[in-house]
Structures are given as C-alpha cells and as structure tokens.
Design a protein. Structure first.
Length: 426
C-alpha cells in the first residue's frame, strides 16, 4: 500500500490563543480539507475575512474558502447551540455550509446539564479554580471516558429522547450534590432547537470520510485547539483542559494513522499568555505585563477575560516541541514587541536553587524562578514589513537564539492580525 503522508497539523505550543485561527486561515489556501480533532467551544479562534473580525469556536478555520471542506472530527465535543449560532454568522458572509461542513457522527454532544455541571464544579473549587470557560468541556469528556455520553449520530436514533432524559437524571443527582439550583429550562429549549438544525447538516462517518480524502491524495490540515501546555496529560495538570491537545491526538481525534502525518507546525507568540488559573513561570504582574496586554489586546476571544501576560518561556516551548514532534514554528504577534526597549527570554527554571531546562511534574506546587537572557528590543514598526529583509536585525537575533535553543526553526513570523500579515523566513 502506498503511504500518502498528506496530513499536516497546526497547533499551539503555549497555553492557547497563539493565533491558530489566523495561521490556519492563512495556510488553508494550500489544503483541500481542514479538520478540528479535539476541544470544543472553549476554543476561540480569531480570523479576519473581508476586513471583518470573526471568532470561531466550533467550526474549523478553513471555512472562509469556498472550495475547501471542513470536518469536525470525532475527538471534538460539540455544543449544538454554539454551532447553530456560529453557522448563522458564517452563513451571513455567504458561506454555504451545507456544501463545506461535515461533522463526525462520533463527536460527543455537550448537553445543557454538562454546562451546569461545569459551573457547579468550578464554583465548588474555591481558590483552586481552574478558570474553566464554563462551556461544559470537562463534564462532556468525563461522560465520554465514563461511557455515558451521547453522540451526534445518536440523534438519528428513535430512542434519543429517552437516552437524553436518563443522562439528564444522572446529571441532576450530581447537581443536587453541588446544591446547584439554577433554572436551565431556557438552555434546554435552545438545545433542542439547535438539535433540529444540526440534523440538517452533513453528519458523516468521519473516519471513512477523512481516509477517503487521504486515499484520493487530498491535502489535509488538522487544526488544534487550546495549547500543548493545556494538554490533559502533558500540560500543567490539573490546570489544563480535558482533552489531549498535542499532535498525537490528531490520530484518535480523526481516525487516521500516525504515518499519515507529515508536518507538525507549532505556533508560539513572541511572548506568552495564559487565561485562567494555574502556574505561569514567566508571568509579569507589573507594568510590562500590562503593556503586553494593552498592545497585544490580550483579552479572551471566548470569555473576554484579561489574559495573563509574560515573556516567552523556552523551557515550556522546548518541552512542547518534544511532545509534538514539531517540524516548523510560526511565531505570531512579533509586532506587539515593537515598542519594548528590552526583551527577556526564559532559558531555564531555578527549582529549589537548582537550574533546570526540563518541565517538572507539578509546576503548581513548586517555587519556580525563571532564568532570563536579555535582548535589545527592535523599536521599529515591524508590522509594516512585507519580507524577511525588512525585518529589523534585532528581531532576527531574537529569532535565531530561539531557533538554536529549540533545535527547530521559526519558519514564519506573523506581524499583525490580518490574513496576509505574515512573513516567510528562509
Ligand atoms: P487562537 O485561539 O490560537 O486562534 O488565538 P486567538 O484568536 O484566541 O487570539 C489571538 C489574537 O491575536 C487574535 O485577536 C488575533 O486576531 C490576534 N493575532 C494573531 N496573529 C497576530 C499578529 O501577528 N499580530 C497581532 N498584533 N495580532 C495577532
Ligand atoms: P484556544 O483554542 C486559552 C483554558 C481555560 C482554563 C482551562 C480549562 O482559543 O487556544 P476548559 O473550559 O477547557 O475546561 O478550561 O483551559 N482554556 C483556554 N485558554 N485558549 C483556549 O482555546 C482555551 N480553552 C480552554 O481558560 O484555564
Ligand atoms: Mg483563542
């Protein structure tokens, strides 16, 4: 059998919001199919179409190309309400989703009671809150691994309502334990309305669908959500999301074999952000951190929360490159650093007085002192640059240090939020 290695992956190497939406939208022109393989509406992927900003939560970021197909894979958890809302937004741009969007029948459904459980569980955590997006992600994945969940394909079963009621009762008992007493009738009404909408979309057997595309020699781009440091296994547990976010998840989130994967394109910001709770060694709680937030407009695309900001963390990035097998790096938001006089890069962690370049088991329980190397800022409007030659020398020094440290090259620099603000580096 011939081996068509035709699947490339784009994923985030930090704690999310690296610019996946923009980068997937940019690269999608070179592919036939864009597929989401994990996560759910906790994701907020921003892109610009016709100069208008669009934030996608459930639909893959290839949707604005008329000739591309988009697949929501089995590894995704799907909220029909968010999906319906988003389909309407996308359709208002003239996109015909009946032609271009396909949904795996094996994707698990986020029920209104999953959202309620997420809220109740977070409220019970006191000062140990994860900072969940409250979209019902963890309870839905728990029902998946606990073998209770309902899937998109179940919608066509005549016993769906009975199965729904059974699961809802189970959830109600848990909610009673949390003393959760909010009325979710309105959520349930919109949920059932959205299910009717979902039934009209292209629900497919995702694994045959994608493997047929692979066999036909189509080029496939897998779009990650969240970031590697939010991975359920390799992230800063328990301050993580509830899915595997790394490249390995492409295989079980879509039903394709590992040897089909070619490039793993990792995205990092030129600095670092995190939204929600949990350890963040290079976080800046001072004026510099505020400047990064202001200039980078670092507010959550899903929840609007201010993002925590800090310097780039090469210990975490090196770890992320390792677990993902990153072959190319895209550095985004380089323009955000334009005005800074001096930049710092974290090259090690001091843990109990000893310097290390490895991620420890429980970062949240340790006192971490980041070790920094300083670099001069470029103090130039890099967002105006259109080619590598136009980028400031100081930026190239910064980039080449990172390349050497990681052993993987930064191949693209994104210098603004718009689709074509990206520079290829030779
Ligand atoms: P995602 O979740 O990884 O898709 O990232 P988000 O969309 O949540 O957050 C990234 C934000 O940065 C969005 O507001 C993008 O429009 C913006 N963005 C992406 N790339 C760049 C860039 O190179 N420069 C600037 N200034 N903004 C960017
Ligand atoms: P994109 O795809 C940034 C964070 C939440 C919280 C933790 C768990 O836009 O990069 P969850 O709702 O998944 O149970 O929340 O993970 N989180 C994200 N942070 N970007 C995201 O997605 C995120 N999705 C979840 O803030 O700390
Ligand atoms: Mg985001």
């Amino acid at each position: 059998m011939t081996n068509h290695a035709m699947v490339d992956v784009i994923l985030g190497l930090q704690w999310g919001d690296e610019g996946k939406g923009k980068i997937v939208d940019y690269f999608a022109k070179d592919y036939d199919l864009v597929a989401r393989f994990q996560g759910g509406p906790n994701a907020g992927h921003t892109l610009y179409f016709d100069d208008k900003k669009v934030v996608l939560h459930q639909i893959p970021s290839g949707v604005f190309y008329a000739d591309k197909l988009n697949l929501i894979g089995n590894g995704v958890v799907l909220d029909p309400v968010t999906l319906k809302r988003e389909c309407n937004t996308v359709a208002s741009f003239g996109v015909d989703l009946r032609k271009s969007l396909f949904i795996s029948e094996r994707a698990h459904l986020i029920l209104p009671t999953h959202r309620a459980l997420d809220k109740a569980a977070e409220a019970s955590k006191g000062n140990q809150k994860i900072g969940s997006t409250l979209k019902g992600i963890a309870p839905t994945y728990m029902d998946k691994t606990g073998r209770n969940g309902l899937r998109v394909g179940d919608l066509l079963d005549k016993n769906f309502t009975t199965a729904y009621i059974k699961l809802r009762l189970k959830h109600q008992r848990l909610l009673d334990n949390y003393a959760f007493d909010e009325d979710i009738t309105a959520w349930e009404e919109e949920f059932f309305e959205a299910l009717e909408f979902l039934k009209e979309l292209n629900v497919v057997n995702g694994e045959y669908f994608i493997n047929q595309q692979v066999q036909a020699g189509k080029r496939i781009l897998a779009e990650g959500a969240q970031g590697s440091m939010l991975d359920i296994d390799f992230g800063t547990f328990p301050f993580v999301t509830s899915s595997n976010t790394i490249s390995a998840a492409v295989c079980n989130g879509l039903g394709i074999a590992p040897q089909k994967i070619r490039d793993v394109i990792g995205i990092t910001k030129a600095y670092c952000t995190r939204v929600g709770g949990g350890p963040f060694p290079t976080e800046l709680t001072d004026e510099t951190g505020e400047e990064l937030r202001r200039i980078g407009n670092e507010f959550g695309a899903t929840t609007g929360r201010p993002r925590r900001c800090g310097w780039i963390d090469l210990v975490a990035l090196r770890f992320a490159c390792m677990v993902n097998g990153v072959t190319k790096i895209v550095m985004t938001k380089a323009d955000v650093l334009d005005e800074f006089k001096e930049l710092e890069v974290c090259t090690g962690y001091k843990l109990n007085g000893k310097e290390s370049i490895e991620m420890p088991f429980r970062l949240d329980r340790m006192h971490v002192e980041p070790v920094y190397k300083k670099f001069p800022g470029w103090k130039t409007k890099s967002s105006a640059a259109k080619s590598m030659e136009e980028l400031p020398e100081t930026m190239r020094t910064y980039v080449s240090f990172i390349n050497q440290y990681l052993g993987v090259a930064i191949r693209y620099i994104s210098n603004g939020p718009e689709r074509n603000q990206i520079i290829s580096i030779k």
